[in-house]
Ligand binder design. Structure first.
Ligand code: GLY
Length: 429
């Protein structure tokens, strides 16, 4: 069986790692991949945005399953294109991907369907947006409607800060066309939870919920990033809470997407806040999360490959059992480059520590020097270090100590991944 993964980050490395574990005899092609994935399959230097080249590659290689990692090719319609060519592909169509690529679309759908989410208003005019701030208490959330690489959300602590964010998005267009429209949202108090569900458009199978750390600095301070680390399982994701989130959020969303004429097939990622009133949606994503994928896949005992194949082939998941999970704990520490999440410096030489039992290092922003073959930094998040152990504290210590040994100039990492859960368990014991 030939499988192609589109993308070249830590999430795609983890997907490749898991699919090879599910079936070691698959032939894997990754476009474009990265130096860490090379040991698992053949990396082909075609960017995730080169849709025609990708479809030609899949056609020529007679690929049995393509799995799309990042959101941009989904927004560009890679699934529509592959389907037109009769190629099995896992991911939502361009229209269904709007659940992530247009925050406005997602908010309208949630409001229309009574899916719990933050109260929000939508604007394309800065003056009107600033006037609307009067209807929100501080802190207030200012969000670009389109894709902004995980950076289009600003939690403003004051009206002045909110006005600066509005000017930056609608006036200076710091996020380009993605910030042509913005949402002003009430800030929701509570812990965040990442819930992934694999869906055929009707049935949805929840995966193990994780908590990620989006802020750059320890204690969850500093600017938002794509994610500096994640852990699972988390005690806030009780079976009752997940059942409630499936009943009140995931299933009604799938139903609303069908009614909108854009059935969602693929992986639906609900970014939730657990408020006093129950789980509410912060945002949806239309693909596997990064770095949560690196955290949860090492704990997945069932075959992911079989689920992805079933959805890509258009089979129903109605008779599929919920996946089985290891009883162990996983912690992922992201090691980021100098300057991340702003102006990232690349080209620093990386030295990785020797492999360690219980630890997987997933490459993200790495590249090989064309002459010396040295491993170099090539992106904001450089590697993610996932440790699996019997307890969360052991996994956190192992992940942190291995990440500390990854060396390159200007590296940044958080040494407190999982702190909320560790604080909770310390309170209990
Ligand atoms: N962990 C956040 C994301 O994948 O967008």
């Amino acid at each position: 069986m030939k499988v192609m993964i589109v993308g070249g980050g830590g999430r795609e490395h983890a997907l490749a790692w898991k699919l090879c574990r599910d079936n070691p005899s698959i032939e894997l092609i990754i476009a474009p991949g990265n130096p860490g994935i090379e040991s698992l399959g053949r990396c082909v230097p075609i960017g995730a945005d080169k849709l025609k080249d990708l479809v030609n590659l899949a056609d020529g290689e007679q690929i049995d399953l393509t799995v799309v990692g990042p959101e941009s090719p989904l927004e560009a319609g890679i699934v529509n294109l592959f389907q037109t060519h009769g190629l099995p592909v896992f991911g939502p169509t361009r229209e269904a991907a709007r659940i992530e690529t247009s925050k406005r679309f997602a908010k309208d759908l949630m409001v229309r369907s009574g899916i719990p989410t933050a109260r929000a208003t939508q604007h394309s005019d800065a003056k009107e947006a600033k006037a609307a701030l009067a209807n929100f208490a501080s802190p207030v959330v200012i969000k670009a409607s389109g894709l902004a690489g995980g950076k289009g959300v600003i939690v403003a602590q004051s009206t002045a800060e909110a006005e600066r964010a509005i000017d930056a998005m609608l006036g200076d267009r710091v996020f380009g066309a993605a910030g042509r429209e913005i949402l002003i949202e009430e800030f929701m108090e509570g812990e965040e939870l990442s819930l992934f569900a694999i869906t055929d458009g009707h049935q949805a199978l929840p995966l193990l919920a994780a908590q990620d750390h989006k802020r750059l600095l320890e204690g969850d301070f500093g600017p938002n990033t794509g994610g500096m680390g994640a852990y699972a399982p988390t005690s806030i994701a009780t079976p009752e809470l997940i059942s409630r989130a499936m009943t009140e959020i995931i299933r009604p969303t799938l139903s609303a997407m069908r009614e909108a004429g854009s059935p969602f097939k693929g992986l639906l990622y609900a970014g939730l806040v657990i408020t006093d009133e129950g789980p509410k949606v912060v945002e949806f994503n239309c693909r596997f999360g990064d770095p949560e994928t690196q955290t949860i896949l090492p704990l997945m005992d069932s075959s992911l490959l079989e689920l992805l194949i079933a959805v890509a082939r258009g089979d129903s998941l109605s008779r599929t059992r919920y996946p089985d999970w290891s009883p162990l704990c996983a912690v992922t520490t992201v090691v980021a480059a100098a300057g991340y999440p702003d102006k990232v410096r690349t080209g620093d030489v990386i030295h990785l520590p020797p492999p360690e039992e219980g630890v997987e290092v997933f490459h993200a922003g790495t590249a090989r020097h064309p002459l010396t073959n040295e491993l170099l930094t090539a992106g904001g998040r450089v590697v993610s270090v996932t440790a699996v152990a019997s307890t969360l504290i052991e996994a956190a210590e192992l992940s942190r100590s291995h990440a500390e040994q990854v060396s390159f100039s200007g590296k940044q990492l958080r040494r407190d991944i999982g702190w909320r859960e560790l604080t909770r368990s310390a309170r209990v014991t």
